[in-house]
Write a new protein. Sequence first.
Length: 217
Amino acid sequence: MDDLTTRLARLDSCAVSDALDKLGLTGVASGIERLATDRRISGRVVTVKLEADDGRAVASRHLGTSAIESGQPGDVIVIEQRSGRDAASWGGNLSLAAQLRGIAGVIVEGPARDIDEAQGYGFPLFARSRTPRTARGRIVETGTNVPITVSEITVSPGDFVVADGTGVVFVSARDIEAVLDAAEAIAARERAMVEALNKGQPVTQVMGKSYETMLKR
């Protein structure tokens, strides 16, 4: 991992979200759930865009496979499937292939399937929903490493993401250093608050006015 991804790996989604708030930036994609494993993932983004299959062309390869082969160890594959069709954007064989490639995990704006397989492989999978319905004949890949939309966030290849049991947060590549600086300061303050609580300091003091105003710009 490079220095930026190493620093991001030490932070949870809440610290990064708070940093975005402090800097006046957006990046939280609410409502995407962790479906397999209990691990936090983070890293640089490889994007995939899926759309409805109009039946006019037969794909030469399955969706997501190019992203796996182009991804580097530690990357996170992020998929947009907003076609409105109930069709899985990710499945078990893809989870295995991605794990063998060293991909850190997958985040789907849309449905995924083969959740038990991903869990069995120990492969982190986040998605908007789940379905057993196959992608074949329903959706097709229209782009790899192109800008996509997750929630209301524009995500570009090479951006950064952190995802855990609380949620998913994206950071644009242009903002990552400022966000990391802010998030690290916030995380350090949170650790000091935990220490104070463990030493018996009243919570009304630990989480007083300074806590309420710590994200003000």
